[in-house]
Design a protein around this ligand. Structure first.
Ligand code: PMV
Length: 317
């Protein structure tokens, strides 16, 4: 059977960094995200063909990338037939723009449908999580918490919606410092940090209260409160990266320049807060009213600024 699905990426406002179970992608901390449009991944799946063939952004995947997709499909059906996948992003892949979040959410939705299954959103989230942790948050639109869960099999570690897309008309501006594929994957960076950073224990301990704080900020639409906990979560995560051995440094000079600009904007009374992921790009949380002033300031340091808004849920086409 054939099916096509579309999913938006999400960025974490409170970060996922570290795993308590690597095989199942069970997180060391809970996290909270916002789903972002118009960035999207569109994935078509043909379940039952001659041979496995995975085409990602016009290139056929081989080696590790292909193995990762094949293993994911095996989770859907251990006795599956060969599968053909065509997946395209309308934004740069593997540059800290959360492309794996939309990729595995769209794949989970399209592949289960093509396999003739009808999972719930929670089951899809649990499945997507095993492809890429952040993908567990991209099935829903708006604001999503990925709970820690307690069960060893991970069936209670999945996303759940906190507030829909219509709840809050925020903007996230992506200051594109680089769209090159990063040298250290989020998976590798996360594992190295967890194994070697002496700050990691403090990161894990302080994670749950950040999610509670962010959930309250989202519910009450308090941007200053949300931006403050988001920056704090980001900087704590970056602190664990910097203190890993060897250090995991995704920042480039323009990354730091943008961070200073965001702080300066706030001192001028503009509501803008910064976050980063496993890459050099900076995402700035702001209002629709302030977005154009923030964009002009970011353009002093980077050529490309993407202005994103809160997106809706993943869906079948
Ligand atoms: O799901 P992964 O393996 O791409 O990891 C995502 C990690 C961060 O983007 C840094 C944080 C997050 O919560 O998305």
């Amino acid at each position: 059977m054939n099916a096509t699905a579309i999913a938006h990426p999400n960025i974490a406002l409170v970060k996922y960094w570290g795993k308590r179970n690597r095989e199942l992608n069970l997180p060391a901390v809970p996290s909270l995200s916002v789903t972002l449009a118009p960035f999207e991944t569109r994935t078509s799946v043909e379940w039952g063909t001659d041979t496995d063939r995975f085409e990602i952004n016009g290139t056929v995947a081989h080696g590790d990338a292909a193995d990762r997709v094949a293993r994911f499909l095996d989770l859907i059906d251990g006795a599956r037939p060969p599968v053909s996948i065509t997946s395209t992003n309308n934004f740069p892949t593997a540059a800290g723009l959360a492309s794996s979040s939309s990729a595995f959410a769209a794949l989970a939705l399209a592949a289960t449908k093509a396999a003739g299954q009808s999972p719930t959103l929670t089951q899809l989230s649990t499945l997507a999580r095993q492809g890429s942790g952040s993908a567990s948050r991209s099935l829903w639109g708006g604001f999503v918490t990925w709970s820690l869960g307690a069960r060893p099999d991970g069936t209670d570690s999945h996303g759940h919606a906190i507030a829909p897309q219509s709840h809050w008309d925020l903007r996230v501006l992506v200051a594109l410092v680089s769209d090159e594929k990063k040298a250290v994957s989020s998976r590798e960076g996360m594992n190295r940090t967890q194994e070697t950073s002496p700050l990691f224990a403090g990161w894990v301990e302080s994670g749950p209260s950040d999610v509670t704080e962010a959930e309250e900020a989202v519910r009450s639409r308090d941007l200053e409160r949300l931006g403050t906990v988001m920056e704090h979560s980001t900087m704590k995560m970056v602190g664990t990266m910097f203190s890993a051995q060897p250090a995991v440094v995704y920042m480039k000079p323009a990354t730091v320049a943008v961070l200073h600009t965001v702080t300066a904007l706030r001192s001028q009374g503009i509501g803008a807060w910064a976050t980063m992921d496993a890459g050099p790009n900076v995402k700035v949380l702001t209002t629709s009213d302030d977005a154009s002033r923030v964009e002009a300031a970011l353009r002093e340091h980077v050529q490309t600024v993407h202005t994103l808004h809160v997106g809706g849920p993943a869906y079948l086409v």
